[in-house]
Design a protein around this ligand. Structure first.
Ligand SMILES: [Fe+2]
Length: 318
């Protein structure tokens, strides 16, 4: 079995109140403490088939602008999902299964790009995303317990989809077994590994009691099984994988500094992602009936790039 990280965004950050403040309240934590953030998803090549865990942000999602008081900044884009997959040596057509940890856009962005894949997710998530069709497999977790987790579904030899509600109502964890190690793809059960070691929930959950139960189950599993913890939103996700680092809950990994962050204030200008035309609200687009002083979000929905005639949705905040 080969497991790879698909790296999508880098050099972001999250604050301690965001990452740890779900139960005690964000005010109990220090907003000046920041953890490194990134976005990566994962691929499992069993030798017989290629299985993805989540599919990143949509191709057309614009880069966001970090602000001094941002709770989480995803970072800047390294690659779109399909290009990052190509860099890892795989084509979309090769993917036979996609396992979705949860419905959020940064985990489901490119579900549309895999013509031969069955997409497995909890029924709650399929419903929330409005997904129906022959390629959508609503998980029933009917293969019994998996270790200390009460309900799981076997996806392939050594690959399990596990019911793990809390972050969202249809959250799942994936565990892959290989060479005596358990690789845990947990989606956003924690945003940074510091929260796993500190036994704290982030502020993002749909069901707090279920999120607590899930984190308890995750920690119990990790205590009893040699686990490589594969996170989505911290570089520790791929660093743990590259170093085959087994979690020892009594010995947290070192918190590395975030590094220099370039704060930019959004200028109000937007740049066409297709041709590079800059929309400046101070100038408007008088040739097309848009007076000076019109903010980008007040442009008509059918407004198009005056240069390349592509839709407004292709513009990114500058
Ligand atoms: Fe996420």
């Amino acid at each position: 079995m080969i497991i790879k990280a698909i790296k999508l965004y880098e050099k972001g950050f999250m604050t301690q109140p965001f990452a740890l403040g779900g139960e005690d309240g964000p005010e109990k934590f220090d907003p000046t403490v920041r953890y490194r953030s990134s976005l990566q998803n994962f691929l499992i090549d069993t030798g017989d088939e290629v299985i993805l865990v989540d599919t990143g942000m949509p191709l057309e999602a614009p880069d966001t602008v970090p602000e001094e008081d941002s709770a989480i900044y995803l970072g800047s884009r390294i690659k779109d999902y399909v290009s990052a997959l190509a860099d890892a040596g795989y084509k979309p057509e090769q993917v036979s299964k996609i396992l979705v940890t949860h419905k959020h856009e940064d985990h489901t962005g490119e579900l549309r790009s895999f013509p031969n894949a069955k997409i497995y997710m909890a029924p709650e998530e399929a419903e929330a995303l409005g997904l129906e069709g022959d390629n959508i497999v609503k998980a029933d977790y009917a293969d019994g317990p998996y270790h200390n987790f009460p309900a799981a579904q076997k996806i392939a030899e050594g690959v399990y989809l596990i019911k793990a509600k809390g972050h969202t109502n249809g959250n799942s964890i994936i565990i892959a077994e290989s060479d005596g190690l358990f690789y845990m793809f947990h989606g956003d059960v924690t945003y940074t590994d510091e929260a796993l070691y500190a036994d704290k929930l982030s502020v993002v959950y749909e069901d707090k009691a279920a999120a607590r139960e899930t984190l308890n189950n995750v920690r119990e599993f990790i205590r009893n099984n040699p686990t490589v913890y594969l996170s989505t939103h911290t570089p520790l996700g791929y660093e743990n994988l590259e170093n085959l680092r087994v979690v020892d809950l009594d010995n947290p990994t070192e918190t590395l500094p975030v590094g220099e962050i370039t704060y930019k204030t959004a200028t109000g200008k937007y740049v066409c992602g297709i041709c590079g035309y800059v929309y400046d609200p101070d100038k408007g687009d008088p040739d097309n009936g848009v007076p000076a002083g019109t903010p980008f979000d007040k442009l008509p929905e059918d407004w198009k790039c005056p240069r390349c005639k592509q839709a407004k949705t292709n513009f990114n905040k500058a």
